[in-house]
Design a protein around this ligand. Sequence first.
Ligand code: NAD
Length: 503
Amino acid sequence: MRIIDHHIAGLANGGAAGGATRTGDVFDPNTGQVQATVRLGTQADLDTAIAAAQKAQPGWAATNPQRRARVMFEFKRLVELHMDELAELLSSEHGKVIADSKGDIQRGLEVIEFCCGIPHVLKGEYTQGAGPGIDVYSMRQPLGIGAGITPFNFPAMIPLWMSGVAIATGNAFILKPSERDPSVPVRLAELFREAGLPEGILQVVHGDKEMVDAILDHPAISAVSFVGSSDIAHYVYKRGVAAGKRVQAMGGAKNHGIVMPDADLDQVVADLSGAAFGSAGERCMALPVVVPVGEKTAIALREKLIPAIAALRVGVSTDKDAHYGPVVNAAHRARIEQWIQTGVDEGAELVVDGRGFALQGHEKGFFIGPSLFDHVTPSMESYKEEIFGPVLQIVRADDFDHAVRLPSEHQYGNGVAIFTRNGHAAREFAARVNVGMVGINVPIPVPVAYHTFGGWKRSAFGDTNQHGMEGVKFWTKVKTVTQRWPDGGVGDGANAFVIPTMG
Ligand code: NAD
């Protein structure tokens, strides 16, 4: 059986520092078979990685930003060269179709492209003559050692959101990827080494709660970036902050798509098919709730959605014609099916039932068909909670105000979209809705890399977003220097006991 090891600088002993024996299964979701085991790390593994990071980081921080950027340029070239191999590896552990895996990698690379401009971004601020003979300047310095803890659903993009910016700004970075699909993060770390990144600057440690806790408690780690489900995000945030770290912790989501009566319904249905069912709904920016405004819109939308859902092709992740592949493991599929049952028990109308789906020749794979619910209401648990599967829920709204209230009052506030031809309604919606990322006729409004990604409410704990300037802010601390170069002599000291002002 293939063993997936840590990527820790100079680690011998088969990839484990402390003689660790615990391992986890990594499945091929297409077949349902275990294809590899991942070493689940210990405190000793983390200590080894920290020691290597401490050795390497000062030299990396002192490397001029242009040279750090060159590593980013070369890394981008190498990832593009290895795109097919990486996408196949990603699909084989996650289950998303190959084209979608390429998108996962590409969105991560866009953050690397942003990082190629790091010399410009780190220039700092300067004021000449802030007072008599006094200049003030500020610089952004790395924190030292940062860590990232990432979810299974974007095993390339999310590790690159964090590691790209953390490294480009001069930190050493320790990544703890999801133990469910850990191979691509390791390959990315290997490609960073090949691109010229010094040993010890990007290391990968595998593990579960034990490793997460070790990271949160380790005094040498200054900042932790987390992406995953909300309860764990909240736990990570509280424990990390209590240990004196800077923490950003992104959580779950339940994104709504508002459909106004004037929307182009054919376009909406095409957009919803991809946004609700693509990647089997395992996206934090999926659109699992659609909110038609007014009865006429609801009836027309439902009529168009049913045949569109029937036309969806579920297949193995290498099937070029498949719209989506299997979900990540059997436990997750069982959880999705349980939520569908809860919806039925709560009185929602199950219009299309995706349960019990088996793909011919792949009966043991973790496949599930698409489901559609109508007449879902805000009091239902299946509406309040994230299902994270190929399940679309219709929640009917009476009017525009009602439609704004639904996502605004939901516990999650990651993304939201409105479909309309009315610029005034769209503008009003974007201004009023209590959600962090808004799409206007854009179903999955994941901001580009030089903007910033982050939700509100229980979708994110901490106050700094991922990537873009917010990422730079998270991974650096500001130092402000006030300087004076007297032209000789010593001042009379008359005001030395009064707080200095520039006036
Ligand atoms: P998860 O919360 O199960 O796991 C995330 C990370 O936490 C993994 O590295 C895992 O090893 C670790 N972990 C698991 N259990 C833990 C515990 N008890 N204590 C400490 N650490 C633990 O999430 P997942 O299932 O891998 O990913 C899906 C979730 O991530 C969904 O809720 C999705 O919405 C969310 N997500 C959010 C964003 C965002 O930016 N808001 C992006 C992608 C995914």
